[in-house]
Design a protein around this ligand. Sequence first.
Ligand SMILES: CC(=O)N[C@@H]([C@@H](O)[C@H](O)[C@H](O)CO)[C@@H](O)CC(=O)C(=O)O
Length: 320
Amino acid sequence: MASSKKKLQGLVAATITPMTEHGEINFSVIGQYVDYLVEEQGVKNVFVNGTTGEGLSLSVSERRRVAEEWVTKGRNKLDQVVIHVGALSLKESQELAQHAAEIGADGIAVIAPFFLKPWNKDVLINFLKEVAAAAPALPFYYYHIPAVTGIKIRAEEVLDGIQEKIPTFQGLKFSDTDLLDFGQCVDQNRQRQFAFLFGVDEQLLSALVMGATGAVGSTYNYLGKKTNQMLEAFEKKDFSSALNHQFCIQRFINFVVKLGFGVSQTKAIMTLVSGIPMGPPRLPLQKASREFTDNAEAKLKSLDFLSFNDLKEGNLEACS
Ligand SMILES: CC(=O)N[C@@H]([C@@H](O)[C@H](O)[C@H](O)CO)[C@@H](O)CC(=O)C(=O)O
């Protein structure tokens, strides 16, 4: 049975997989990346090989090496390293789960297989159960991301009775905007000590109100500090200030969403903000355009998310 003493909470950065200009994984910057998250963003948990990490675009051997690097470089620095081990092949998923256990990861997460799809909740649970069984000592998280997988089975349904089937089940990573579904997941499982990790960064405050215990997202790589301020204000019940922080974060996300925002753009923004080269994404994704990066940079500066030396007077957007 998985240990439940280390409940995953607070911000979890959905890590980017750094790549060279030639499309190979750039393992050499992961140590620096760990330090940046901890020291500059105050983020001490990571979710590796997920959507942002292009996990499904990596080979199994690359996924193993990326997981190893995060666990090794994160030792004594990060609180938790959760590895996403979802794959279309049950065997691959099980191999990755077992590997995560062997290298000392803190948990595993799995998305629904999305090519040959589970057609109902029971079939999906059967798949998840087989993966979880390959790492029987590791906390298991179900990663619900219907817009990407196309699997529309409600998370509320998946959670119903899940612990009887998967004893290591420890929480839900909910990357969807359906707050009715999310709220019901929390409400119907109040007696259980599950982690409810929200995955839509621009709506996190609403999810906190609904009972989210933490958040996994791409923007915590570079807006972790700002989002932590929101979490602190929420904790202190200073809702007006928490709302100001959320609106401020929304101004940025809304801006980039209108330009076209995804993993490629996340890589470009993180390179800009952290100074750590994240490189291009892997095909079929395309590198973010120069125009996107210039616009994002200007917006980050105007919101005071990126330091700059120009006169700030008249900078009406800057968030307090
Ligand atoms: C579809 C998507 O990529 N969603 C992101 C969000 O963090 C998202 O980038 C953010 O809310 C901005 O829309 C995360 O939920 C993904 C994630 O956690 C992951 O990379 O595994």
